[in-house]
Design a protein around this ligand. Structure first.
Ligand code: GCW
Length: 824
């Protein structure tokens, strides 16, 4: 059996097609045909047949042969209804098979068993094949079945730059670009297309929404056409993010005013040029008037006017415009208690409802701010009733641990999709709005920012691919449950061993909530360094700047008052029934309290706890849960391949340490701000800690850490010499077994070396080996770089002499925050 011993780097994602060896499991597939008939010679049809042969061969062994005509044997028969009807006139057509839908049925013909995989069009066949293979991989019975996707738009966005970097990408460089060009080798691009198709995704925007102006130059378009060629056989249409000033910069016009006829003509000519090169081009994604991007506001025009110019150019080619609703002013006046970034989407788009061409879709982030760990849904979803909409989600974990923390986001997305907006006082859940059902719109769907990179396993953390898989599954069918999704992913990714499946399912299922607990509970947002890299804690960075993600914390209370009665009025943007729930403290759910209201620290939640005690407790609970990940994972040793086992274990150990950084930073900050002690006496009392600056140092010098809450006592020590520096302490612990944790800072670049010695004997050593995300500004001692190394099970006795030795390397001065010695 593959999986146990064989090393795996994660490159195949959930398409591993592991050999099935259990006799009982094999038995049910014994009678499956060994012949595959594919009469259609299109690249997608060909891929569907080849994939079926590849998957079955790999899982079941033996040969599977693809033919163009019906053999005198059992067979799988793939085709569109017309093709199938030609081959098998007696086959009963399903009444309606939408172009991307599939129907799996069985037919007995001349004593042979035929498994028919019908697709509305070739893409449907491909989806049918992946469905069938998934059943086998999960060792389920193959039963006749028909499925159609929930909505037409099921796209991914990649924020890749032409130089090969990826904005908010955490898994290596771009699979598409390098050095200003499309890569010569696009193998990873077709593999990506295959992964996307396997979960029903059908579009990929390949360049950053902060679009490079070179994108629309003729030479670049010819290069981009190669990416489209690589994705096409998987039914994935390529699209591009465009900069609205392109007519001026690329086209050398004197303006990019969308109402200028020369501008419209330029877009038309450019679009025609694109379709000559890429006949199935998907369309344009537009970020304008947002975070410094040029836009129609420069000419006093609305987003509708700008979107429509592009839409008219695309219309003859059946292309669409995804105009992002993420339009806001990042120079807000923080003194103004009525200013509110959350209002922006609605305020900018509400009045334009009905003014867009039918092939324009407004792409709306699920929350009104920006992918925070908890936000209410954007009120814009309910406000646009004559305009198509797509929901924008984020697979790349920008605010959710950057693929160094395990955070399975499907439960969060489900809350957004299931939120019933009660538009017009009737049931209008977000998922039905974006499907186009609620308001009878022609288009609509799902977009996720994914940002896979060249890392072998696409997203860096072996657990992170569950988010891409889950996103695809939800876009296909938003009614799937979290349990169905995670269970499918785990089985496909790690096999069907019951202990493996139940352990991983459990770990993933609650990981978002846990992350919320130790980062930003009660609707506070992520409490990260908001104007920096969005990773570790940086609480005050949210306040007193124009970016508008304020938490409005002072010595008395906390939270943004967004009520209609006394606040920014944001709540009034929701339809009345939902607005009523949020407006009243009596009904506002605890988890959104501080997003909607400003309250004193001792305000009592529905749970019976005060706000401040909840903040403390949730951080301690969350960090305690994160600490269970590694030991739970260790139970799977030997049950999965060693490569992914070790990689995940290292990340879980790291996460446990970084969750403590979060816990301490947020708790300490709130203690200082509120002046209210933790009823359980934990915050500010760390009896097992020895501060580095309190140890006897040789070569080490104390430094202040900013922000102060990201280091214990606000201080650390650094070694600024070529030879090792040391910290020495005499321990007075009762005799016994202990864990020794060293809190240090791992910065880029540089690999400092550390060693712990007990009574002169080395007990462990390690390197600051950059497990933290490689963010550009990550050169400081702070909440991003603070990292923990733990050595377990050390026998200590009173009077022991503990020495920590650090050797600086490059820009990394072997920094240390503290040592903590605890009972296991
Ligand atoms: O989430 C924020 C990111 C920006 C991003 C922007 C957007 C691509 O911090 O990096 O820009 O949103 O969605 O446009």
């Amino acid at each position: 059996m593959c999986g146990v011993a064989q090393a795996e780097n994660g490159a195949t994602g959930w398409l591993r097609y592991s050999r099935i060896t259990e006799p009982s499991a094999l038995q049910q597939y014994r009678l499956l045909p060994r012949r595959i008939v594919q009469s259609d010679t299109s690249p997608i049809g060909g891929n569907a047949a080849a994939e079926l042969a590849r998957g079955l061969r790999s899982m079941l062994g033996g040969q599977f042969q693809v033919d163009a005509t019906l053999p005198d044997a059992d067979a799988f028969v793939l085709g569109t209804p017309d093709e199938l009807h030609r081959l098998l006139p007696q086959w009963k057509r399903p009444s309606m098979l939408a172009p991307e839908a599939f129907a799996l049925s069985k037919l007995d013909e001349h004593g042979h068993h035929l498994w028919i995989v019908a697709g509305g069009r070739e893409k449907g066949e491909l989806y049918g094949v992946f469905h069938l293979l998934e059943q086998v991989a999960e060792q389920r019975e193959i039963v006749p079945n028909a499925e159609a996707p929930s909505a037409a738009i099921r796209w991914v966005n990649q924020w890749d730059n032409l130089d090969g970097s990826i904005e908010r990408g955490y898994a290596g460089r771009s699979i598409f670009f390098d050095g200003g060009h499309v890569r010569a080798d696009l193998t990873r691009v077709s593999e990506y297309g295959r992964l996307l198709a396997s979960v029903g995704l059908n579009g990929c925007t390949v360049n950053n929404v902060n679009s490079d102006l070179r994108t629309l130059q003729p030479e670049m378009l010819r290069e981009l056409a190669r990416i489209a060629d690589a994705l096409r056989p998987w039914g994935v249409r390529m699209s591009l993010s465009v900069d609205l000033s392109s007519p001026e910069v690329v086209g050398h016009l004197s303006t990019f005013d969308p109402l200028d006829p020369r501008v419209a003509a330029w877009w038309q000519q450019k679009t025609d040029e694109i379709y000559k090169l890429i006949p199935d081009f998907g369309g344009f994604v537009v970020k304008a008037d947002s975070e410094g991007r040029p836009g129609p506001s420069q000419y006093g025009r609305t987003p509708a006017v700008a979107a429509n110019v592009l839409a008219r150019a695309l219309k003859p080619h059946h292309g669409i415009v995804l105009y992002r609703g993420f339009v806001y002013n990042h120079h807000l006046d923080w003194h103004d208690l009525k200013a509110d970034r959350a209002r922006a989407g609605y305020d900018n788009f509400r009045a334009l409802d009905g003014k867009f061409e039918p092939n324009v879709v407004i792409q709306i982030k699920h929350g009104p701010i920006d992918f925070q760990v908890r936000e209410p849904v954007s009120p814009l979803f309910a406000a646009l009733r004559h305009t198509s909409q797509a929901i924008e989600l984020q697979v790349t974990q920008e605010y959710a641990g950057q693929q160094r923390h395990m955070v399975f986001l499907v439960p969060m997305w489900k809350i957004a999709l299931d939120t019933d907006m009660r538009a017009g006082n009737r049931s209008t859940p977000v998922k039905e709005i974006v499907e186009g059902k609620s308001f009878h719109q022609p288009l609509g769907g799902f977009v996720a920012v994914v940002n896979v990179g060249l890392d072998d396993d696409w997203l860096h953390h072996p657990m992170a691919m569950a988010n891409l898989y889950g996103y695809g599954k939800l876009a296909w069918n938003p009614n799937l449950t979290t349990d169905q999704i995670i269970d499918g992913w785990t089985r496909l990714t790690f096999g069907n061993n019951p202990l493996v499946v139940s352990t991983i399912d459990d770990l993933q299922r609650n990981s978002w909530h846990t992350y919320e607990q130790y980062t930003g509970p009660l609707g506070l947002g992520t409490l990260t360094d908001i104007i920096g890299i969005h990773y570790g804690p940086g609480i005050e960075s949210a306040e007193r700047n124009g970016w508008g993600q304020w938490i409005r914390a002072d010595h008395k209370g906390i939270g943004m008052d967004r009520t209609v009665a006394t606040g920014t009025g944001y709540i009034g943007q929701y339809p009345p029934e939902l607005a009523k729930v949020y407006e009243s403290l009596a009904t506002c759910p605890d988890e959104l309290l501080l997003f909607m209201h400003h309250v004193p620290y001792n305000y009592v939640l529905h749970s019976g706890k005060t706000v401040i005690q909840h903040v403390y407790d949730s951080h301690y609970d969350g960090a305690a849960t994160a600490a269970t990940y590694a030991p739970r994972w260790e139970k799977l040793h030997g049950l999965i391949d060693d490569e992914r086992y070790q990689r995940t274990l290292a990340l879980f150990e790291y996460q446990a340490g970084h969750a403590i950084v979060w816990r301490d930073a947020v708790s300490e900050w709130f203690l200082r701000m509120s002046g209210i002690p933790d009823a359980k006496g934990r915050v500010g009392h760390d009896p097992n800690r020895i501060e580095a600056e309190a140890m006897q140092g040789d070569g080490y010098t104390p430094v202040d850490v900013t922000p102060w809450e990201t280091a214990s006592g606000g201080k650390a020590v650094v070694c600024n010499r070529a030879v090792a520096c040391t910290l020495t302490t005499k321990l007075e612990k009762p005799e016994g077994i202990y864990n020794i944790a060293v809190q240090y800072f791992d910065i880029h670049p540089g690999t400092a070396q550390y060693e712990l010695l007990l009574n002169g004997k080395p007990i462990t050593h390690w390197a600051a080996n950059n497990i933290v995300p490689p963010a550009v500004s990550d050169k400081k001692l702070d909440g991003h770089t603070s990292t923990r190394f733990t050595v377990h099970g050390v026998w200590l006795a009173p009077g022991d002499r503990l020495v920590l030795s650090g050797v600086a390397n490059g820009a990394e001065p072997a920094p240390v925050d503290y040592i903590e010695i605890t009972r296991p």
